[in-house]
Design a protein around this ligand. Structure first.
Ligand SMILES: NC(=O)c1ccc[n+]([C@@H]2O[C@H](COP(=O)([O-])OP(=O)(O)OC[C@H]3O[C@@H](n4cnc5c(N)ncnc54)[C@H](O)[C@@H]3O)[C@@H](O)[C@H]2O)c1
Length: 272
């Protein structure tokens, strides 16, 4: 049994940038043929050009993950071009802020549409190809917000919680047909999405410093650190892992009451 992906084909939604692009690159380096799905044609083409220039087998398929038909067309084209499909990674996502009073119905639908409907469409379109190949592996990009809440993020938190449930449903329903499904839960990762979120703040550096302090490892993560966890879960080395949620969060979910409570709460050691 090998950790590599020789002879395997992977689809990565949201693969134009951030965690998705790092995952596409990691899977290519491990021998996979990779189809990048994204709505950003310019960035998606450029990401794939970097991969093919480096000698990898990769293709770009423009699609809007909220549009079932365009996802179906893109995934069928990817499977046709690469001769099958074995791995699906759903990394397409958007960040939106608001509580239940300040979130418009449009933003609510958009957020759930990209994260949740998009995952449903991608998995539904890809599963027949995985089953035709005798099985495969699905990795869904959740968040620490799949199991916790961050203020002012009602739609995002709801979508990420739902993705953990969808992961478990897929894992259970398709375990008997050799399909595994797992969910990674990143902490704050340095991607265009995080940089955009920071740009909304009056003092971006202060918010970035706060993000770093929220992780016991003392820093935010890098996209490739999530990509490696995704690659592991997608690989045969994770052959007995399905329905799992794996935090890739520098320990963010560990400290009860958050990092502030560790230095000021009961039993605290103070600043070290
Ligand atoms: N960056 C973080 O701190 C962080 C933390 C936890 C979870 N996540 C999750 O990781 C995933 C990737 O996030 P990222 O930080 O790499 O974001 P990113 O913005 O850097 O990349 C997201 C990609 O998704 C694509 N996308 C968005 N809407 C789409 C649509 N309708 N159709 C097709 N493609 C679409 C974008 O074009 C982009 O290429 C998301 O699900 C995000 O919620 C990110």
């Amino acid at each position: 049994m090998s950790f590599g992906f020789q002879g395997k084909v992977a689809v990565v939604t949201g693969g134009a940038m951030g965690i998705g692009a790092a995952t596409a690159a990691t899977l290519c380096e491990l021998g996979a043929r990779v189809a990048v799905l994204d709505r950003d044609r310019k960035q998606g083409s450029s990401t794939v050009a970097d991969l093919t220039d480096a000698g990898h087998a990769a293709s770009f398929h423009a699609c809007d993950i909220e549009d079932a038909e365009s996802v179906q067309v893109a995934i069928d084209a990817a499977a046709r071009q690469h001769g099958g499909l074995h791995v699906v990674v759903h990394s397409a996502g958007i960040q939106r802020y608001g509580n239940v009073l300040t979130t418009s119905a449009e933003v609510w639908r958009e957020t759930l549409g990209v994260h949740l409907d998009g995952c449903f469409y991608a998995v539904r379109s890809a599963l027949p190809h995985l089953l035709a190949a005798g099985g495969g592996s699905i990795v869904i990009v959740g968040s620490v917000q799949s199991v916790t809440a961050v203020a002012n993020s009602a739609a995002y938190v709801t979508a990420k919680h739902a993705l953990a449930g969808l992961t478990r449903s897929i894992a259970l329903d398709f375990a008997g047909r050799n399909v595994r499904a797992n969910c990674v839960m990143p902490g704050a990762i340095d991607t265009p999405m995080l940089r955009w979120s920071l740009s909304l703040a009056a003092a971006p550096q202060a918010v970035l410093d706060g993000c770093a302090r929220a992780h016991p490892l003392g820093r935010i993560g890098r996209p490739e650190e999530v990509a490696r966890a995704i690659a592991f879960l997608a690989s045969d080395w994770a052959s007995f892992i399905t329905g799992a949620t794996l935090a890739v969060d520098g320990g963010m979910l560990v400290p009860s009451g958050g990092m502030g409570f560790q230095t000021s709460g009961t039993g605290s050691l103070g600043e070290q």
